[in-house]
Each structure stands twice: as C-alpha cells, then as structure tokens.
Design a protein around this ligand. Structure first.
Ligand code: 5GP
Ligand code: ZN
Length: 114
C-alpha cells in the first residue's frame, strides 16, 4: 500500500467507493465521474503505478484483470458490447497512478477515442 495513493486508500477502505466485486488480486468499483451508463474501474490490490511499470512477474495479474473484466461485463448485462480502457502515463490520459482498467458500457462507443 502507498499511503499517498487514492486507489490504495479505496482498497484499504479509508475512502468510500461503490464496490461491485473483489477478490484476492483486484477490486472493482464505480467510477465517481461516469462516462457511460456503466463505468466501472477494476484495479489491482497491489500498488503498481501503471502498465508501463509491469513486467513478466505481473503476467498472471494482467490476465486475471482482463478475465475478471469480461466476467463483470457479463454479469452487468453488457451483452451488446463494452469497452476496456487502460490509460498509461500522463500522455496516455492516466490521472491516478495506480494500475486500473476502465469498463465502459451501456451506450455505443466511438472510434477513434480523443
Ligand atoms: P485515469 O484517468 O487515471 O485512467 O482514470 C482515473 C479514474 O478515476 C477517472 O475516471 C476518475 O473519474 C476516477 N476517480 C478519481 N477519483 C476517484 C474517487 O475518489 N473515487 C472513484 N470511485 N473514482 C475516482
Ligand atoms: Zn496505489
């Protein structure tokens, strides 16, 4: 845990969040500023700054996050499709420096993203 990190504080329960799922490796909760009818964040419980800070030792975690996202999307009824977004680094649009995926659904998505 990084005591300066917002998402570590959410994992620890020190900041409230609308939790939708949790296991030993990850936590899923609603984004505070939703960009779609369904907008969930799926974060690693371990403090990892970004995808750019991962290596082969995170292979099981990264696979787990993607499979978990598909399971949560299925349970959320997003059978018409959804989008997974993973911003990495400032120019990638990352604003919280703790590894997370966005799961967005419930409306048509556009391409290319901004
Ligand atoms: P990023 O821009 O790093 O990919 O995504 C960070 C996301 O975290 C943003 O979509 C933002 O709305 C969300 N967020 C920021 N602060 C909080 C918070 O305190 N609680 C929750 N639930 N989401 C947050
Ligand atoms: Zn953290």
């Amino acid at each position: 845990m990084n005591s300066d990190c917002l998402f570590c504080k959410i994992v620890a329960g020190n900041i409230p969040a609308k939790r939708v799922d949790e296991d030993e490796l990850c936590l899923c909760f609603a984004d505070i500023n939703p960009q779609a009818p369904t907008h969930l964040l799926l974060i690693s419980k371990q403090h990892i700054v970004s995808l750019a800070h991962t290596g082969p030792e995170q292979l099981p975690l990264l696979g787990h996050l993607l499979l978990k996202a598909s399971e949560i999307a299925r349970r959320a009824g997003l059978d018409r499709g959804y989008r997974i977004v993973l911003n990495s680094g400032a120019e990638g649009g990352q604003t919280v420096d703790h590894l997370h995926l966005h799961l967005l659904g419930g409306r048509p998505m556009h391409w290319p993203p901004g």
